[in-house]
Ligand binder design. Structure first.
Ligand SMILES: Cc1ncc(COP(=O)(O)O)c(C=O)c1O
Length: 413
């Protein structure tokens, strides 16, 4: 066994209770039963995590709270703010926990997510994707009409003009930020003069209010090794900083310069002018992020703890070297690296089959499973996994403390 797997194993084993053994006769409370127990916002029945019907999406509250606290402490110490991305959790309850911890608002990727957040009490929302069709622009303006804290991104003069016309037709002023391309050409306008000219246009359009800019450097987030990641993101954002300073010198409003993510949250303050980080995955973590290495360990990204797991049940143990579970692609996605079986060693998991997951045992597995046993999976990539579930179970000390609605689940339009 190499040192990488030892240190990764130690980290993963230190992140929660031991594997769950459950007699196959145990009751499995369905999502409808769990919702009924939590109908008044308090759990009216004591339910152990192991009593949940599966597959079930679970969040460990101690780990979640520790992640939110650590992020907030770090960015505050570094003189910037947090504006966490709601695309990760799609859950207004978690957004509220982030705001209560000190976040200046949340981001959303879609207008549907923004609507769901606002309907559930979140009113400082930065939508980081542009709205380009009349339908979406109208929805965005309707939301802005009700929600003074709604800000949307724009990345072209044509789009800015359409937004202004729609806002004017509704008799409102819409808040916007310029989305600046960090070099990946996925979204955003070219930094420098094109971005400056767009900002100046917004400033002059009758029904828009310029609030600043955003530049999300997605290409740097999963770069392996802290120093390599730091070098790359600070370099990628030089053009954005120059743009920000051009906007400042032109006397434009630059109150927002948003960017950054989970991989660079403790680097982003090195980008001159950046006001807040749009961190998403840090609340839950996942196998993709655990792999990138951090400032203190090059083997595992241990800054945040994996709080999100899928509880799954073993369906078949009859064949040597393997077992089959009820969590396949429809419960875990087919993103890779594959889910990690929490607190176990000497076995691996794949979720390529629609309805079934496969456990494969190596030479010295830490245990073998029997039919009816339940086990916890650290998710491969948190955002798409969350989008597969209507609710998540908030767990403390292996008891269900709350049932949280994933209100923006499926809101991809
Ligand atoms: C625009 C934008 N901001 C922030 C994030 C958050 O990234 P992470 O989950 O890496 O923190 C994403 C993720 O894809 C994003 O697309």
């Amino acid at each position: 066994m190499n040192t990488k797997s030892i240190s990764r194993r130690r980290f993963l084993q230190g992140t929660g209770a031991a594997a769950i053994w459950v007699p196959s006769t145990m009751h499995g409370y369905t999502s409808a039963e769990m919702q009924a127990f939590y109908a008044n916002g308090v759990m009216e029945q004591d339910v152990a995590k192991s009593e949940l019907d599966t597959p079930a999406l679970c969040v460990d509250l101690d780990l979640l709270e520790s992640n939110i606290g650590k992020l907030q402490q770090t960015v505050t110490a570094n003189g910037i703010a947090a504006r966490p991305h709601g695309k990760t959790h799609k859950c207004p309850t978690i957004a509220q926990l982030q705001i209560d911890a000190g976040a200046v608002g949340i981001c959303t990727a879609k207008i549907g997510e923004a609507d769901a957040m606002f309907q559930n009490g979140i009113d400082d929302i930065l939508m980081t994707t542009t709205n380009v069709t009349p339908t979406k622009i109208n929805r965005a303006m309707k939301l802005r009409e009700q929600c003074p804290g709604f800000i949307q991104a724009t990345d072209s003069p044509q789009n800015a003009r359409l937004l202004s016309e729609a806002a004017q037709a509704m008799g409102i002023t819409a808040d916007v930020v310029v989305d600046v391309d960090p070099g990946g050409h996925r979204t955003g306008i070219t930094p420098g003069q094109p971005a400056l000219q767009l900002a100046q246009l917004i400033d002059q359009l009758p029904a828009l209010r310029l609030r600043g800019m955003l530049c999300y450097d997605g290409g740097s987030q999963h770069v392996k090794g802290f120093e390599a990641r730091k070098l790359r993101t600070l370099e990628s954002l030089v053009a954005a900083t120059n743009t920000y300073e051009l906007m400042q010198r032109a006397g434009l409003n630059t109150e927002i310069f948003s960017g950054g993510g989970t991989g660079t949250y403790n680097i982003d303050h090195g980008t001159r002018g950046l006001t807040d980080v749009q961190v998403g995955s840090y609340v839950f973590m996942d196998a993709q992020y655990l792999d990138i290495g951090g400032e203190t360990s090059s083997d595992v990204y241990a800054d945040f703890q994996p709080s999100l797991t899928i509880l799954t049940t073993v369906l078949n143990d009859q064949y040597a070297g393997r077992a089959t579970t009820d969590a396949g692609a429809k419960a875990c996605t087919i993103n890779q690296p594959w889910p990690i079986i929490k607190n176990e060693t000497g076995m691996s998991y794949t979720s390529g089959s629609d309805e079934f997951g496969t456990i494969r045992y190596d030479d010295e597995p830490s245990r073998t499973y029997k039919v009816g046993d339940k086990l916890d999976l650290i998710v491969s990539h948190c955002d798409p996994v969350v989008n597969l579930y209507n609710q998540m179970y908030a767990i403390r000390n292996n008891r269900v403390e709350a049932v949280w609605q994933i209100s923006a689940r499926g809101m991809s339009a």
